[in-house]
Design a protein around this ligand. Structure first.
Ligand SMILES: C[S@@+](CC[C@H](N)C(=O)[O-])C[C@H]1O[C@@H](n2cnc3c(N)ncnc32)[C@H](O)[C@@H]1O
Length: 413
């Protein structure tokens, strides 16, 4: 049904929201105050025309915008966009009764993302490599992308060719590209079992194209050069497909906040440590115990520590922190805890931290909703919130990171 709507506000996914009949209607690519026509289907509507544009509306920088599902909100001027991103954290905290001062958003520059999670698909019209359209399996081939590092976009042809070589399925598959200090680390997944011929052709191509490494479903097919990342003074070789912060500058901003907060700590527990993004930086000043469920990531962290030199002791422990969080008794050994869980957050771990007397806690999060739930647990356990900093690691998307610093005053005896 086509109708005229007035947009009330921006929703958490970056869509314009219309309050209608006691419910909500979401219209992508619209802005608060705008009057639009749109074709409604259940609780979503497709924008047809903007009749009265917002003064904050700007021209998107990418020609794929609205087609490609990668970006939700390029049509809002920078100041209002930053305010909206920050508000996602403010609202999530408020929903849990946390009325904390939230700092300014740490902005993200265009052309800075070093990790691209592409989808690839072999079709009758050739190999397509790009991002899915929103709510669809249709791929938008990447010819330009103002979010990614230019070196990735410039290599689109080479990467597409490699995806074509490894594709042993007609289904869409994942093609993760990370620009590392020593070249591209490419991790393909679900592209079908590689035959001997595929392995040989892929190896030849990777060596000729100067790509650092290719893995398929976690198996290294060819490693011309070891892909490396630098965390402080340590050099780490991340295992295929391991977690890596998507933007180096956002990672540095998060690490700076965390390190500043725990600088007086002598023993730090780094929970959900990954390959050592925080642990290996923290070890310049403190002994660190890094805990993580991904064994190869921990092995990479450990090797990075051993070859770095000049760091305080770093120990590692493979552990599922959802099933077996560090208990409040175990936490008594530390004077600071850093935790950076996946989107689901760290509910059970937070319950243990809340019961502990660890004086300094730094919570890093990629999901304000689970972060707010976990902070509520910590605050109810006696922690005081010192600062909240939202970080825009995923430019023009609805995702926002945050670093929250907390302290627990010493108990009176
Ligand atoms: C958001 S990443 C952060 C990694 C690291 N702190 C960094 O900045 O690179 C979350 C990490 O938690 C790990 N992880 C996920 N579920 C876990 C669990 N149940 N127990 C322990 N670690 C887990 C993942 O392997 C991943 O390395």
């Amino acid at each position: 049904m086509t109708a005229r709507f007035e947009i009330a506000r921006l929703g958490a996914q970056g869509d314009g929201v219309v309050d209608i009949g006691g419910g909500h209607l979401f219209i992508p690519f619209t802005l608060p105050g705008e009057v639009v026509t749109a074709a409604r289907e259940k609780d979503r509507a497709q924008l047809l025309a903007v009749l009265e544009p917002s003064p904050e509306r700007i021209a998107p920088v990418c020609r794929h915008f609205t087609e490609c599902g990668g970006c939700a909100i390029q049509h809002l001027e920078a100041g209002a966009y930053h305010a909206w991103k920050r508000s996602l954290v403010v609202h999530a905290l408020k929903a849990k009764g946390i009325d904390a001062p939230v700092g300014d958003l740490v902005a993200c520059a265009p052309h800075s993302r070093r990790r691209a999670a592409f989808t690839a698909r072999n079709t009758e019209t050739g190999l397509h490599l790009g991002y899915n359209r929103a709510f669809s399996n249709v791929l938008v081939d990447i010819e330009e992308c103002p979010v990614l590092l230019p070196v990735i976009v410039e290599a689109a042809g080479v990467l597409r060719h490699l995806a074509g070589i490894v594709a042993n399925t007609s289904k869409p598959f994942r093609f993760l590209v990370t620009a590392t200090a020593s070249g591209f680390d490419v991790a393909a997944a679900d592209c079908g079992k590689p035959t001997e011929a595929i392995r040989r052709a892929a190896t030849d191509f990777v060596l000729k194209a100067g790509i650092a490494r290719l893995s398929i479903d976690g198996e290294i097919i060819v490693e011309a050069v070891k892909p490396t990342l630098t965390f402080g003074t340590a050099t780490v070789m991340p295992p295929p497909g391991a977690f890596v912060q998507a933007v180096a500058e956002a990672e540095a901003a998060m690490a700076g906040l965390v390190i500043g907060h725990v600088r007086k700590a002598k023993k730090v527990a780094d929970l959900f440590s990954g390959c050592g993004t925080f642990a290996l930086r923290l070890a310049a000043n403190a002994e660190v115990h890094a805990v993580e469920s991904d064994g190869p990531a921990l092995a990479a962290l450990d090797r990075g520590f051993r070859f770095a030199g000049g760091l305080k002791r770093v120990t590692t422990e493979r552990r599922d922190l959802d099933r077996r969080p560090l208990t409040f008794k175990e936490l008594a050994a530390y004077d600071a805890v850093v935790f950076d869980p996946p989107r689901a957050g760290a509910e059970d771990q937070s319950k243990q931290i809340a019961r502990s007397d660890v004086p300094l806690v730094a919570a890093v999060s990629c999901n304000p909703v689970t972060l707010a739930r976990d902070l509520r647990i910590l605050i109810d356990g006696g922690y005081q919130l010192k600062s909240v900093t939202p970080i825009d690691q995923f430019l023009w998307s609805p995702h926002v990171e945050a670093v929250v610093l907390l302290e627990k005053p010493k108990r009176r005896r």
